[in-house]
Design a protein. Sequence first.
Length: 107
Amino acid sequence: MDSIDFGLYFLYLSLGVALVVAIILPIVNLFSNPKGLVKIGGGAAVFLLVFFLVFSLSDSTVTTKWTALGQTGSDLKLIGAGLWMLYLFLLGSVLAIVYSEVAKLFK
């Protein structure tokens, strides 16, 4: 066995352990702090509400270009909803950053 092989196997093992710990520990922490679980539930509810709103507003017009690529109307509706969510949450995060910085100026 080559030293590079050993290093790669060690890397895979370390990555697997880190992935398991990164998934399990926050879940354990949520159940020890129920208020955090309520906040996450509220955030998930807002996320789903925004998704259903933009999904209902998304266009599903299929052009010949999309037909040639094998896309259907429902595919295009999901793509449009994903793009709108990206734009809305990106705008929201930029506004939150600007608000935070401006609020710091007046403290």
